[in-house]
Design a protein around this ligand. Structure first.
Ligand code: MN
Length: 194
């Protein structure tokens, strides 16, 4: 059975041409929800931040990427829901296809709501997620708040002050895939990357 939530995702892509997942498999529900951040060199470089909510990946494009500094608010533009299997996608999207460019799995792990036990789906609807990440690069508490509705709702991703907050360190300097250890350039040597 196809998930109707993925209609927008499928409409944008020609699966005869791109190796991105179609979103047809029935991924086994794990105990903890997963998150993934994919660094994506398309027309503009951005980071795709995805949270498992309700058996799909809710997705945001963050032009500057995440920050460890609680004083920095990072704009996160909501994009179409992605299938759960997208958490494993790293590689090249052919030119001319939607999002054509290079994708690297920048971080991945599990997360839970803070305090645990609250409904992620409800918080998402309200536009106010408060979560604790357990990734390889990102850890600790973050909030993601909707600031503008519309066709492409805008949210802000903000680090909450805790033991993992850091005012100095630019985490995006760490530009390797947590899956392959490769940079964008190493995944796609022929493309122009920043
Ligand atoms: Mn993207």
């Amino acid at each position: 059975m196809k998930d109707a939530k993925l209609t927008a995702y499928r409409k944008k892509r020609d699966f005869a041409l791109t190796s991105e997942p179609k979103g047809e498999s029935h991924a086994q529900k794990q105990k903890r929800s997963i998150f993934v951040i994919q660094k994506h060199a398309a027309t503009h470089l951005h980071y795709d931040f995805r949270l498992e909510i309700g058996n799909i990946l809710k997705s945001w494009a963050i032009p500057k990427g995440p920050s460890l500094n609680p004083q920095e608010k990072r704009l996160a533009i909501e994009t179409e829901d992605h299938p759960l299997e997208y958490k494993d996608f790293e590689g090249i999207i052919p030119e001319g296809q939607y999002g054509g460019g290079t994708v690297l799995i920048w971080d991945r792990g599990t997360y839970e709501s803070y305090p645990n036990g609250l409904s992620l789906e409800k918080d998402y609807q309200k536009g106010n997620l408060d979560i604790t990440l357990e990734g390889e690069k990102l850890k600790g508490r973050y909030v993601i708040r909707r600031i503008r509705n519309g066709e492409k709702p805008q949210w802000l991703l903000i680090k909450v002050k805790d033991e993992y907050a850091d005012l100095q360190r630019d985490i995006t300097k760490d530009n390797k895939s947590i899956l392959s250890g490769k940079t964008l350039k190493e995944i796609n040597p022929e493309a122009q990357h920043d």
